[in-house]
Design a protein around this ligand. Structure first.
Ligand code: ADP
Ligand code: GLC
Length: 482
């Protein structure tokens, strides 16, 4: 059994902006089930504080003159212990974890997450005398990047592991911020926190963590190439002996069409014919023409370039002439929100665009749709294609990152050998996306084949069991080496 401090800036159901929260809300529980002693460390945002009922104060400290308390609570619906870094000056404000309600990044993000990292470091070194010291500190994404860097300065310290969920978000700030944060001067170097004369939080993880992981084997290979490396491929190549791709799992209790409380009609592999009741229900709810036979395409996503929004927009003029319904739920960059909403006004019977964040609706769309649209330009893992597979909703996805590792194209051979579970958009272009959608529409007219594809999709094992085991093996190797 290892003692693991799992450090994250979001964790479902306490606070979520994307897939990181899903992972941080489910992997620790899976680790606990496999007998690991895991504590989750999270900032005490107001939304988090509003969702917990029992809590107790563990310690008090000060960073940059700001008072900080560590508060103990539990992850709702799980036995995982959560420690909250409660620093009102940094975290108690309306808006999101990283940005205000207009989507503008908080001006003091460097300070906010430096406070968070210092608190983690003090826990890791047992400076707060909480009575529990981790063997392993497991960090996630740039918000936690300073932790491995700061810990590297101590000879006696826990082992560190840094998971990249998305290399595109790096936590870059100017050089003055490095000075203002009083970070040790020896960390300012090319193989350290410096990135083209800027302070890079993510480099703290990539340069100093004992082990680096990312969330799919394919993405682990891709980020070694300049095309996907965002300027960090050189450093990652230097550290490739310590870089592993471990595919994310899903929370099978929460994303299960057989028990999903958000669905009008629950279903499973044997009762697949009932799935379409969710379609007609959603059509009614969204004022779309009600017809169970219409080919419904769903998408629930951050509306950003990564998710293939550009080729989706380019394909709309043709796509919306086909006998389909397209339902998109998302928030993100304003121009995508505006253009999509304009198209939806022009084609009210074929396109619904819901701008907003809506967890129950996300489940309904997964269950109602026939196919799920995910033509990402890159995708470290992707969880929505995994939810779609579980719901018998066939992904239409580009062969990148975790999509390449989980979606098997409906080619003739793959259909014959019962491995096909979706449709691969072989190149990032509107033309290819349209051809792929046409192919899917053609197969949809062949109910027996379609049913087989759905069954293949629903038979996949995307539970955490295997992947949590891989993390544990890595933890054990790290401990043996230290
Ligand atoms: P990413 O983390 O890059 O955004 P993932 O596919 O890993 O992509 O995870 C996205 C998660 O966020 C999924 O659980 C998805 O359902 C959820 N999500 C994204 N946008 C919304 C939204 N507007 N409403 C509800 N859930 C959303
Ligand atoms: C990131 C990635 C996504 C991944 C998620 C969880 O947000 O964009 O592909 O599934 O993290 O690891």
């Amino acid at each position: 059994m290892s003692k693991i401090l799992y450090v994250t800036s979001e964790a479902f159901p306490l606070i979520k902006t994307g897939g990181l929260a899903d992972v941080a809300g489910s992997l620790p529980t899976a680790l606990l089930k496999q007998s690991q002693d895991v504590h989750l460390l999270l900032p005490a945002y107001p939304e988090v504080l509003s969702k917990i009922n029992k809590s107790k104060k563990l310690s008090t400290s000060t960073y940059y003159g700001l008072p900080v308390q560590i508060i103990e609570t539990h992850l709702p619906g799980s036995k995982v212990i959560v420690w909250l870094v409660d620093c009102p000056a940094a975290f108690n404000r309306p808006g999101g974890p990283y940005a205000d309600k207009h989507g503008r990044a908080w001006h003091d993000n460097a300070l906010r997450f430096a406070v968070f990292c210092h608190a983690a470091v003090d826990i890791a070194l047992n400076q707060l005398e909480i009575g529990w010291q981790p063997d392993i500190v497991h960090c996630n994404d740039w918000q936690t990047g300073l932790i491995p860097a700061l810990l590297s300065l101590y000879p006696k310290r826990p082992a560190t592991i840094f998971t990249i969920h998305n290399l595109a978000y790096q936590g870059l700030f100017d050089r003055q911020t490095f000075i203002d944060l009083h970070l040790p001067a020896e960390l300012w170097q090319m193989n350290g926190l410096e990135f083209y004369d800027q302070l890079s939080f993510i480099k703290g993880g990539l340069a100093y963590a004992d082990e680096i992981t990312t969330v799919s084997p394919s993405y682990a290979r891709e980020i070694l190439q300049p095309e996907y490396g965002y300027g960090l491929d050189g450093l990652l190549n230097n550290r490739r002996q310590h870089l592993t791709g471990i595919l994310n799992g899903i929370d099978e209790k929460y994303w299960n069409p057989g028990t999903d409380k958000h669905l009008k009609q629950k279903y499973n592999r044997r009762t697949l014919s009932k799935k379409s009741i969710n379609k007609t229900e959603l059509q009614q709810k969204l004022s779309l023409p009600v017809d169970a036979s219409i080919f419904m395409i769903g998408m629930v996503s951050r509306l950003v370039e990564q998710k293939g929004l550009d080729i989706i927009l380019q394909s709309l003029p043709t796509l919306l002439t086909l006998p389909i319904q397209l339902v998109i739920l998302g928030t993100g960059e304003t121009h995508y929100e505006i253009i999509l909403s304009e198209w939806a006004q022009r084609y009210p019977d074929r396109l619904k665009v819901i701008i907003g964040y809506d967890e129950p609706l996300a489940h309904m769309i997964e269950a109602a749709s026939d196919v799920y649209l995910m033509p990402s330009t890159f995708e470290p893992c992707g969880l929505n294609q995994l939810y779609s597979l579980r719901y018998g909703t066939l992904p239409i996805a580009t062969p990148v990152g975790g999509l390449a590792d989980t979606v098997t194209d409906a080619t003739k051979t793959n259909i014959e050998n019962d491995t096909a579970n979706g449709f691969v958009v072989k190149t990032q272009s509107a033309a290819t996306l349209l051809t792929t959608l046409q192919d899917a529409l053609t197969l949809y007219q062949k109910p027996e084949i379609w049913r087989q594809l759905q069954t293949n999709a629903m038979s996949g094992d995307f539970s955490w069991q295997a992947s949590a085991g891989r993390y544990i093996t890595l933890y054990q190797q790290m401990l043996a080496e230290s």
